[in-house]
Ligand binder design. Structure first.
Ligand code: NAD
Length: 257
């Protein structure tokens, strides 16, 4: 399968899952727009290296996904968007009655409202071409809940609802919209938590991963950014032309429980 000639924008892609998704799309031949809210030399260097590695055009465009006008400006600045991966996301953990209002607003803005703005901005161009893919990185927490993550879970459930609505509005026009719902993915952020968890629980690495971190993930294995990337590439393939308005769980069985 080749995505040569397609331009993919991946929001929140200077690390973790977004970067892994960009890598997989570039390996499949797509030109890439990386994004985050910073504008550092290393952000641009990341895009340059990605482009060289896969012999595709890759750029980094700064845009803060907590701001609607910047979400829309990102799509305009890319000068075309065939594949939109809404991935930017943050987390905050606190009981609902103590949840800081500004954190609630920020999580809703970055994790949910940004996908509304970018999708609205990208859809007309996709419709005009008769081909487009919108992939929203939701979460197992888009389908099920855990305590103390009210904003994140509300936002991710919202992403699943937005996914279904956009899919219906674009149905039959060559444009699909789906959500991927990962369980725990081994990103640098999660990797960095392992030593502290080992210390806190006085367990070795394998035990703390299996018995503490992946307690709710029946496979007791992390998903990987490569697996999320591969799922996005599948959704961009002709095999997925009729896959729209749905969720694909990559969660080691979490939501089957
Ligand atoms: P991460 O922190 O490595 O990546 C988040 C990305 O979003 C970063 O590139 C960051 O720079 C960017 N970002 C944050 N605020 C932004 C803003 N205002 N504007 C633009 N970009 C911004 O985390 P990750 O684990 O790779 O998470 C990526 C997505 O996957 C998130 O939506 C997250 O909710 C989802 N997810 C992660 C896991 C997991 O276990 N890691 C599981 C399920 C879902």
């Amino acid at each position: 399968m080749t995505l040569a000639g397609r331009t993919a924008i991946v929001t929140g892609s200077n690390s973790g899952i977004g970067l892994g998704v960009a890598e997989a799309l570039a390996a499949a031949g797509a030109d890439i727009v990386l994004n985050s809210f910073t504008d550092r030399d290393e952000d641009h260097a990341l895009a340059e290296a990605l482009g060289k590695r896969h012999k595709v055009r890759a750029r980094y465009i700064k845009a803060d996904m907590s701001r609607g006008e910047e979400c829309r400006a990102l799509i305009a600045a890319a000068g075309g968007c065939d594949i939109l991966v809404n991935n930017a996301g943050i987390q905050h953990v606190a009981p609902v009655e103590e949840f800081p209002v500004e954190k609630w607003d920020q999580i809703l803005a970055i994790n949910l409202t940004s996908a509304f703005h970018t999708s609205a901005a990208a859809l007309p161009g996709m419709r005009a071409k008769g081909w487009g893919r919108i992939v929203n990185i939701a979460s197992a927490h888009g389908l099920t809940a855990s305590p103390y993550k009210s904003a994140y879970i509300a936002a991710k459930h919202g992403v699943v609802g937005l996914t279904k609505t956009v899919a219906l509005e674009a149905a039959g026009q060559g444009v699909t919209c789906n959500a991927i719902c990962p369980g725990y993915v081994l990103t640098p952020l999660v990797e960095a938590q392992i030593p502290d968890q080992m210390k806190a629980h006085k367990m070795d690495r394998e035990t703390v991963i299996r018995e503490v971190m992946l307690l709710r993930q029946p496979s007791r294995q992390f998903a990987t950014v490569e697996q999320i990337g591969g799922t996005v590439v599948y959704l961009c393939s002709a095999a997925a032309d009729q896959v729209t308005g749905t969720t694909i769980s990559v969660d080691g069985g979490w939501t089957a429980l």
